[in-house]
Ligand binder design. Structure first.
Ligand SMILES: [Zn+2]
Length: 165
């Protein structure tokens, strides 16, 4: 299957822009599958941890070492899941709110649902790239409406040059 997919991607690469789009979709699908699998693993780990604690408690024993090993494993997997989700968000050009988890377009300063600040250190790189694109698009007016960020349109003309440097 892997080889065939490679050939397919190569064939689509030759088709140019359309191929890149297809490759992007394929990559996104792969990441989403990874995220689902990771989520399932985490869920089953939660269940195992619950069983372990149940058994320990039922037998009137404690084993903090065992429990904290399980917790550490779950935390590592949660971190991996987070990284996968971040990659997905980067491809979808959205940022996730740290407070409520709602998705907003890359470059948004505040969450569209709860209003929390979205300007974090790591994301500013993406925001910068996005603003460059937006700035280029603003000369032809119609580019902005596609970004789904109605609140930003009024400031984009005046405040951009200062903020990007
Ligand atoms: Zn939010």
């Amino acid at each position: 299957m892997g080889k065939f997919d490679d050939l397919l991607l190569k064939a689509k690469d030759l088709a140019g822009v359309a191929g890149n789009k297809a490759q992007e979709v394929a990559e996104l699908t792969k990441l989403k599958l990874q995220a689902t699998q990771m989520r399932n693993e985490i869920d089953s780990n939660y269940m195992k941890l619950g069983e372990i604690i149940y058994e320990l408690n039922k037998n009137g024993t404690q084993n903090e070492e065992l429990v904290s090993m399980c917790v550490a494993e779950i935390e590592a997997k949660l971190k991996e899941l987070d990284e996968i989700n971040q990659k997905i968000n980067e491809m979808k050009k959205v940022v996730k709110c740290p407070d409520c988890g709602a998705e907003s377009p890359v470059g948004s300063l505040f969450c569209s649902r709860c209003g929390a600040s979205l300007s974090m250190g790591e994301d500013s790189r993406n925001a910068e790239n996005f603003q460059e694109e937006e700035g280029a698009a603003s000369t032809s007016e119609h580019g902005i409406s596609e970004t789904d960020a109605p609140e930003e349109t009024e400031t984009s003309e005046t405040s951009l040059p200062e903020e990007t440097k």
